[in-house]
Design a protein around this ligand. Structure first.
Ligand code: ADP
Length: 261
């Protein structure tokens, strides 16, 4: 509980800092981009100058991506919650992931049929899948299996196998696991912290999982991580099923956590 409070306070502080910085930074980037476009239009024929311009363009692109991540992270992007079939979103994201992920990694989808809809933001749900997928890829440099699973689940009260922080009711469990390098407990304790990364400079921003955490919380869900060094990692994400509110009203006594199929 204490860890959760610290985490949200920290996220709030970094979030408001990030949104201020990101706004000004983005304006600056846009004018740099404008100048780059103008220089391109002047038809430079010296190859070295063109090379430099390409580099500027690349750096601007990377910085813009960072801003995009900061904005998503600080949740200042517009969120549109609509009924979504999570299985469809997974199938779509896997198409994108399979272009990024090397062939020696197998992507397995175990999607429960007849899954209830979630109420979600399509772009953000895709972001969750992409961030977890890319981390799984990084954790399996010698290949392995990335498994994406869904199933419906009914959570009881905390006393009856529920999860702290989640109301009793119907949820969709999204499980993303890999057979990669795993993590020790010290690392697990810090993974959702903004800017925490064990990847080298220029390799990781440390915003991937903090963003995932923020998105899951803004969807009134919960996330947990299980990992063992050398054996792999799995993330369990609980997202409320679309019609949960009605269901909870009708039946407030949930006895046990049980699978819905
Ligand atoms: P980044 O990927 O930029 O480092 P993240 O917030 O996505 O930032 O992840 C933070 C850290 O959590 C990573 O640097 C890595 O140490 C650890 N991590 C995340 N996902 C995995 C995974 N699937 N397997 C092993 N370690 C992971």
């Amino acid at each position: 509980m204490q860890m959760q409070l610290d985490q949200s306070r920290k996220m709030e502080a970094v979030g408001s800092l990030a949104s201020g910085v990101a706004h000004d930074f983005n304006n600056a980037l846009q004018s740099i981009s404008g100048y780059v476009e103008m220089l391109y239009a002047e038809d430079l024929d010296k190859p070295k100058q063109r090379e430099k311009l390409d580099q500027i363009g690349e750096v601007v692109g990377r910085a813009a991506e960072l801003v995009r991540r900061l904005l998503t992270f600080s949740r200042k992007v517009e969120v549109e919650l609509v009924p979504l079939d999570l299985n469809n979103e997974i199938t779509e994201s896997v198409k994108t992931l399979s272009r990024i992920i090397p062939k020696m990694i197998t992507i397995e989808q175990r999607l429960s049929p007849k899954l209830k809809n979630i109420s979600g933001d399509r772009v953000q749900i895709e972001q969750i899948l992409m961030n977890l997928g890319v981390n799984a890829k990084d954790a399996m440099p010698n290949g392995g299996i990335l498994t994406i699973e869904t199933r419906g689940i009914t959570l009881g009260s905390v006393r009856n196998n529920g999860r702290p922080g989640l109301k009793p009711g119907e949820y969709i469990l999204l499980k993303v696991s890999d057979t990669g390098m795993g993590m020790d407990q010290k690392t697990i304790n810090r993974i959702f912290e903004p800017f925490f990364t064990t990847k080298g400079p220029g390799q990781g921003t440390g915003l991937g999982l903090a963003t995932v955490y923020g998105i899951v919380k803004s969807h009134k869900g919960d996330i947990s991580c299980h990992s063992e060094p050398g054996r792999g990692t799995s993330f369990n994400i609980y997202l409320p099923a679309c019609d949960q509110v009605q269901k909870v009203k009708k039946n407030t006594q949930f006895i046990d956590a049980e699978l819905m199929g």
